[in-house]
Design a protein around this ligand. Sequence first.
Ligand code: HEM
Length: 452
Amino acid sequence: MMHMNHNVVLALYLVVLVLIVNCQFTSALSTIPTRLPPGPDSLPLLGSPSFISATIRNEVVQELVSTRRDHGPIFLVKTGPITQVWVDDIDLANTLFSMESAAGRSQLKKPVFGGDFLFLVRDVKRARTIRSNQKALLAERSSSSAVSSAVQSSNLPQIINDCLAVSSSSSISWPSKTISAAAFNALITLYIGTQPLSEDEVERLLNAVAGYRRRGPATFVQAIASALGISKKLSFTDEINELLDSVVVRANASPELLPLLVSATVGGAEIFPLLLQWSVLRLSVDKATQDSLYSSLLSNPGSSVPPIFLQAAAACARDCPVSAATGPPRKITETTYINNYEIPAEAICFAMHPGLKAADGVAPWEVGLQEKTWPIHLKGATGSWPMFGSGPRACPASEQSLNFIASSIAMLVRNFEWEVACDGGVSSMFEFEGDGSLLVPKVDTKLKFRKR
Ligand code: HEM
């Protein structure tokens, strides 16, 4: 009996021990968050019906803004087999983007652009090596004076003057195409010192970049032709690579520059002119900032661009969304936890562009530009994270890019003052429409330029 009792006590002891250990284990587990971020309902395999429908209607940006409004600053969307996580909060995005497990990128099975194209390098260690080489090459091409002298070659005031010369009034449409080509020439000049592209080559490159961004054949006919294998057309990535390679060879420049030139073309050729257009529109309703910029030029007669232009460039880029996300998405390489949410491995994470003003639950196209928001907030602008990302995969060309926009704005401010040509123009000025991964102005707002 005694023996029996002993066994019962031992068994009870073991049961209690298991319960305690189990309890502690469960409570330890409960401190590990297992909740996925909230988001719209989704169907197995297909993903979120609201996003499928928005994609068909070309209204993904609007859908993102309303999802943010409904679900908060971090939300999860399923699109087919892909899990997307969107973050619309500076602190959250900074924390997430600084984590090693969130520092991957989506990589294609077949590498494009020779494999050193950082936008698509998943592996964090490999990216680190490529980055440090590219950053060294970028450093020589990022100073205000280097950028400014390359930007001079775009001769933006001449483009505006040419438009004014053929216009019957002082009001003109923004010459997007000519400015894009001129900005692209300036970008190439910055990298290789000369501009050896013909007009036709620039046009082909810009078309190829747009095609690559839209992720598909330019036309339905091309899609069929390429599916049937009868298309002789180079893929957009091949075309970009081939054209830039010939630029490098002709300029007798180092082949090391090629991957950087590809990144600059894909990352800058469309963004620069678009950001410049936004900045010009933004400044058109803020005469006070235009005047301060001009006076800073008068009090700094040297060729360098005064720092206030960097602030203006940063503030305009922050206010004006050129895309729904600030840049290429991050790939989550292993399950990551943030703010009690679990971000699953293989999810792709986007930082929402602050210009969408989704944080207040209102998008710019819903309110237009309100008079009270006209003054551009220059203070602290260059330090604001959102335009160039943060952490180990932040944009390595942020200094160069800001200098590029700042120098372009300075060229215009030195020569002109401008405003929106008609009263009605202001309300529609900030209406955008999606064009592949970019947001472009929906309305051709006429601007009135006066020479200084
Ligand atoms: C105003 C123009 C530009 C903007 C707003 C911009 C913004 C960004 C952003 C937000 C990212 C993602 C950052 C992150 O994940 O934390 C990025 C990545 C990158 N950008 Fe830019 N960028 C611009 C122009 C350029 C240019 C001209 C280059 C030329 C080399 C460039 C090269 C890159 C590269 C290589 C990456 C990927 C870095 C990596 O994955 O390690 N960008 N950019």
